[in-house]
Design a binder for this molecule. Structure first.
Ligand code: ZN
Length: 447
């Protein structure tokens, strides 16, 4: 966020919101002292206070944006989480996550906040998190429907007829259903509601979003767009199947069952019409509806089919930590792993440590002239060493290497400026722009 916007938010919104929370305390306090402890279900005001404090505690990793307001004028906040020192946050491949479209599905909000908190608290301690923060961006709207959260209701607080926000998106939208069943009422038009308009604007403004998770509860399931959308995007089904399957295995540990997998069709109306997920996919973003809790599978799941008893909140949030990190790590991430000179030949190693495949174009420039290019197809959780046959007299000096990737989820471009010099028999390589990436076998973290 630019400094001006940050200032406006702090002036207009920050103090007011902090005072609206549990204590009028403008000092930075440890996250553990804020009333979001993953052992209770906080109010929308407490959640806003918590998000603001997270940003203050982690200024190099978190930014917040006020992206809109609900019918009852509660702010809707979005977070951007990434290592701001490494690369342009708006150009790194990004995952989008939202929660709390349905105000009564409070555990979805807790799961998103727990995920964000873990990442920020472990930005330097956990090597997987540190790497993901360097190479990828995460956008989160932890609570889309703050009015519904405070009222404990599924719908928003539209004073005419409350709207089911997860039926108010454009793709496959229908007003749907009789007005007495506001539970699935899609509104007067697509994006008739301020809450969904805020989501739309935020998502469309961030072209680096490649995949998305939209969190719900009430059933224990990973939904993919399915049916009609699948007919439009048949090539995507393989990626959905692979990633859903692995995420489900990761969610089925520590005493939890694996969630069921299911396509959520829109062809027959009902279930999938006008959902966030369908709209995201129609905008070329791989999207899952993650239902984090429900189905009555556990003995302690007796009172509320949407939310676990408070003493089980943290376990439930913990359950989703690995699957969410896994989803984030699947983003294609093209990197330059190394450059070396051996036997008077230049070697460049390029790789993609994400799960989504990528075709890369490697170009090498010297003194403004392109001296070499090669396309490397289907990089996916691997790397390739390229041998560049330059005449020996060409090997010293300043080089520019550009990597451009065409992925199934969008483009990526990186530039590196390097200087090669020979002293005696030793080559040295210095980088003027761009950084080498550590070659981290990401999938080992999920074994
Ligand atoms: Zn829901």
């Amino acid at each position: 966020m630019n400094r001006l916007n940050r200032l406006i938010i702090l002036l207009v919104f920050g103090p007011a919101m902090i005072c609206a929370g549990i204590a009028c305390n403008r000092q930075v306090v440890p996250a553990s002292q804020i009333n979001v402890r993953f052992g209770s279900y906080p109010s929308s005001e407490e959640i806003s206070t918590y998000i603001i404090q997270l940003e203050k505690l982690h200024p190099d990793y978190a930014d917040i944006y006020e992206i809109g307001a609900s019918w009852e004028k509660r702010p809707i906040l979005a977070m951007r989480i990434t290592d701001e020192k490494s690369g342009d946050p708006e150009k790194k491949p990004a995952m989008y996550m939202d929660a709390g479209h349905h105000g009564n599905e409070k555990i979805s909000v807790q799961s998103a906040l727990f995920f964000v908190t873990y990442i920020l608290d472990n930005s330097e301690r956990d090597p997987l998190v540190a790497h993901l923060l360097k190479t990828r961006t995460l956008y989160v709207i932890p609570l889309v429907n703050p009015d519904g959260n405070n009222a404990g209701e599924r719908t928003n607080k539209n004073p005419n007829i409350p709207v089911d926000l997860n039926r108010n998106y454009e793709y496959g939208w229908q007003a749907g259903f009789d007005k007495d069943r506001a539970m699935l009422y899609g509104g007067t038009d697509p994006f008739s509601e301020p809450e969904t308009r805020a989501v739309r604007k935020f998502v469309l403004e961030h072209k680096n979003i490649n995949i998305a998770l939209t969190l719900h509860s009430g059933i224990d399931r990973l939904h993919t767009p399915g049916f009609t959308i699948q007919e439009n995007f048949p090539q995507d089904q393989q990626e959905y199947d692979i990633i859903s399957g692995e995420a489900a295995i990761l969610a089925g540990r520590n005493g939890f069952y694996s969630p069921a997998l299911s396509p959520l069709g829109i062809a027959k109306g009902g279930g999938g019409a006008g959902t966030t997920m369908a709209w995201l996919h129609a905008n070329s973003i791989y999207a899952w509806t993650v239902e984090v809790y429900g189905d009555g599978k556990y003995p302690w799941e007796t009172v509320d089919k949407y939310n676990p008893p408070e003493k089980h909140i943290e376990d439930l949030c913990n359950r989703w930590l690995k699957p969410f990190l896994y989803y984030w790590s699947t983003l294609p991430n093209l990197g330059l792993y190394g450059v070396k000179v051996k036997n008077d030949t230049l070697y460049i190693t390029v790789g993609n440590d994400g799960k989504f495949p990528m075709d890369a174009l490697v170009q090498v420039w010297k003194k403004g002239q392109k001296v070499y290019y090669l396309s490397v197809d289907n990089l996916r959780e691997n790397s390739r060493e390229i041998m560049i046959p330059l005449p020996p007299e060409e090997l010293t000096g300043d080089f520019m290497i550009s990597l451009s990737g065409n992925t199934t989820t969008g483009p990526q471009n990186d530039i590196f400026k390097l200087s090669l010099s020979l002293s005696g028999t030793t080559w040295s390589i210095s980088t003027a722009e761009g950084t080498f990436e550590s070659k981290l076998p990401l999938m080992n973290f999920f074994k």
